[in-house]
Design a binder for this molecule. Structure first.
Ligand code: ADP
Ligand code: MG
Length: 379
């Protein structure tokens, strides 16, 4: 593929047109690139920012052919995108970042955890549950634990907490014996994430580590810088960069970690794309994670990632909208001089649906967190 750089006004393609695709398209357009989005949803949030919206499935041959003909480079924002579509595009001699192979590993918790462990990095103790027979032995090393479907889980969906071997077998039957991982429940001190960017030439950059709090399995707030020691944050960034290198990854990738007692770190999972916990970069770093994706896929050097201000990102779910679809009370959020609202243009607000987020920039992470919580109360 070579290391040819791709400059504006080249057309960039993206598989997936959700909010991540929207923020990617916005970044690319600002830099002067064209954007083609492939997404079967006629109301895809990214469509508003795209030059071309191919409203087709991710495996549609004509749509893929269109992208191969018109795009100078292609990426994805959708974790469950068809890996074969990505490989087919790459075979047409178009730079595709990340590769279909990397996406495929991240799509399957068994492959993902095996890869991370084989890369010499720590994960929580887990058992690959390929079928019912996998659960015949002694399970005590993984209990109490969580049974997670190997594929298609997100925001805590497809997970059951289990205490006994009986529970595990029952839960696995309820999941129709599909491939799963049984993971030991870890005593979490906190959860953090590191977002790494790697170019085809092997240049890497990592954003400051975010501390993440979840509510009902969905990311609620990200606090940056994470309230952990500098040494621990550096270790997380090193591990994320090491994983990207082992994967020969190109593009932006998020790595989620569990922080355990004694500053022990284990990798929870990775996402082969920009990540919700990196939305603080829209306002708090010189380069955003979406610009970083553009840079990586175009063979440009990664942009600077230094934190310009402590920031707290708060997710806005449909729950903040009225039952009749009425808007939240934006007044205080919109009139504060140090807050930034980002809405994804979704028409229908459902509970749990990610509608937008806001960033609060303050002199310390604690001050930002306090203000962010106070503002959320007013919505
Ligand atoms: P998802 O793909 O839905 O994000 P995760 O594996 O990240 O799935 O799990 C969602 C959340 O559940 C984690 O962020 C963490 O809070 C909790 N969790 C998952 N696995 C474990 C574990 N082994 N021990 C303790 N908590 C866990
Ligand atoms: Mg997760």
């Amino acid at each position: 593929m070579g290391n040819k750089i791709i400059l504006p006004p080249a057309m960039l393609g993206i598989l997936g047109g959700g909010q991540l695709g929207r923020m990617f398209a916005s970044a690319a357009k600002n830099m002067g690139y064209g954007v083609t989005v492939l997404d079967p949803d006629s109301h895809a949030p990214a469509a508003e920012f795209a030059d071309v919206h191919l409203c087709k499935s991710f495996t549609d041959p004509e749509a893929l052919q269109y992208m191969a003909t018109h795009c100078a480079a292609i990426t994805t924002e959708f974790e469950n995108v068809n890996a074969d579509s990505m490989r087919w595009l790459a075979a047409q001699d178009i730079p595709v970042a990340p590769s279909g192979d990397c996406v495929e590993i991240a799509q399957d918790r068994i492959a993902e955890k095996n890869f991370i462990r084989d890369a010499g990095l720590d994960v929580a103790p887990f058992l690959a549950v390929k079928n019912a027979a996998s659960l015949e032995g002694d399970l005590s090393a993984y209990l109490p634990g969580i049974l997670k479907t190997a594929r298609l889980g997100y925001d805590g969906k497809g997970q059951v907490r289990v205490k006994t071997a009986e529970d595990v077998r029952f839960a696995h039957a309820e999941m129709k014996h599909q491939p799963c991982v049984l993971e030991k429940m870890m005593p979490l001190v906190s959860e953090i994430s590191a977002i790494v960017t790697r170019t085809r030439a092997g240049e890497v950059a990592c954003f400051p580590v975010a501390e993440n709090e979840h509510l009902n399995g969905i990311l609620d707030v990200s606090i940056v810088p994470a309230r952990i020691s500098t040494a621990l944050a550096d270790r997380a960034r090193q591990m994320a960069m090491q994983l990207a290198e082992k994967l020969d990854y190109v593009g932006v990738m998020a790595v989620e970690f569990f922080v355990l007692e004694g500053d022990e770190l284990v990798i929870n999972e990775m996402a082969p794309r920009p990540h919700n916990s990196g939305h603080y970069t829209l306002n708090a770093t010189l380069t955003t994670q979406f610009e970083q994706q553009v840079r990586a896929m175009c063979g440009l050097y990664p942009g600077k990632t230094d934190l310009l201000s402590p920031t707290v990102m708060v997710n806005l779910l449909g729950d903040s909208w009225g039952d009749d679809g009425s808007e939240p009370h934006w007044e205080i959020l919109m009139t504060a001089p140090n807050t930034k609202l980002h809405l994804y243009g979704k028409k229908l607000a459902r509970p749990g649906r990610k509608m937008g987020h806001f960033n609060v920039l303050a002199t310390s992470a604690d001050a930002a967190l306090e203000q962010a919580r106070a503002i959320k109360e007013t919505l």
